[in-house]
Design a protein around this ligand. Structure first.
Ligand code: FE2
Length: 353
């Protein structure tokens, strides 16, 4: 097996043929592959065509000078080591070449060419480290972006799973309480329409949609005879029905499901009122999530507008009159305004849902 590493290619740009030739021969004997150019123009052409690993560059040459050549390839200088070998040795030249990106500066005549060889070897070793580092950096960035994409995919899968579970729970609740069939769906649609009207952000919008779908989940803890009782409820029965907000919260809290949205809190708060007259905690104002304040309005409008076992549907007009009457006392004023705007000019209709 041939384990010989490819020879590094060095471009020597030097107008003095004796100097150029002596450097070329010495470095060739040190196992480098040498390209020679006698001025800046030839040097630039060879650089572009052959893509050398290192450049040895004179400054003063007829035609394009060493500094002009460096300026022409300045974007490559951070990764292509360039050793300036000049007869001037003036401070200004040294500063100018270093500013342009030269890696090293040697003064002519170079009595001992092993000094040049040493400078070449050092510069190539540094360049290889830089290249290696860059490769590692790119690999790392690719790795990070792949992992991020994988995490986002899994998060999306988890969301889809959670949404399916919520849907299953919603249909279980509906099966048990067929008189309110469609209630959750219509409340969800109205809640989301209000949320859009209020320009709620996307994450909150998603959470509100899921919470609305199962907001009456706690009704599974209430005897179905009470839920479907056709007549007027006694005060005890009414109190029992009111426990569903707390029961829903308890069910969601006792499970191990961790939602990326405040679903438990929204379910808990959907019968709270902004003046603190609601249940189960009698919270008020800004202690209530905006999602809960939206759901409360959507819930009451849908409930009044629709048929119930104990009464006929009251209609949307009566429902809207009710929220106007209690705008700012029971119901969030901005949410009420948004809800009214939806129904104005028949932009939104519960009947079509
Ligand atoms: Fe409820």
């Amino acid at each position: 097996m041939n384990t010989t590493l490819p020879k590094a290619t060095i471009l020597i740009v030097e107008d003095d043929p004796l100097v150029r030739q002596s450097m070329a021969v010495f470095l060739e004997n040190s196992s480098f592959h040498i390209l020679q150019a006698k001025n800046g123009n030839e040097g630039l052409a060879l650089f572009t065509e052959k893509n050398p690993d290192l450049i040895i560059l004179d400054l003063q040459m007829p035609g394009m000078s060493g500094l002009e050549l460096m300026a022409a390839i300045k974007d490559d200088l951070p990764v292509i080591p360039t050793i300036v070998v000049s007869g001037t040795g003036s401070r200004d030249d040294v500063i100018a070449t270093l500013k342009l990106g030269a890696w090293d500066y040697l003064t002519k005549p170079i009595e001992d060419l092993t000094v040049l060889e040493h400078a070449v070897t050092q510069a190539l070793a540094k360049a290889s480290l830089i290249t290696e580092n860059k490769r590692y950096q790119i690999h790392l960035e690719e790795e990070v972006s792949q992992r991020t994409a994988e995490l986002q995919r899994r998060e999306q899968e988890l969301k889809v799973t959670l949404i399916s579970i919520v849907d299953v729970v919603a249909s279980m609740v509906e099966k048990r309480d067929p008189y309110t069939a469609g209630h959750e769906r219509r409340v969800t649609s109205l809640s989301l329409a209000i949320a859009r009207q209020l320009e709620l952000d996307e994450v909150r919008y998603e959470g509100l949609g899921l919470a609305a779908t199962i907001h009456d989940l706690g009704k599974v803890a209430i005897p179905s005879e009470i839920l479907s009782k056709p007549g007027k409820l006694t005060s005890i029965e009414y109190q029992l029905i009111q426990t569903h907000a707390q029961a829903g919260y308890d069910i969601l809290t006792k499970g191990t499901a961790e939602f990326p949205w405040p679903i438990k809190t929204i379910v808990h708060q959907h019968h709270e009122r902004i003046n603190g007259s609601g249940y189960p905690l009698a919270l008020s104002g800004r202690d209530l999530l905006i999602e809960s304040r939206i759901l409360a309005v959507a819930d009451v409008v849908e409930a009044m507008a629709s048929h119930r076992p104990y009464r006929a549907a009251l209609g949307v007009e009566v429902a809207l009159t009710e929220i106007i009457k209690h705008q700012g006392t029971l119901y969030d004023p901005e949410v009420v305004t948004a809800c009214l705007a939806l129904f104005a000019n028949k932009h939104f209709s519960l009947e079509s849902l």
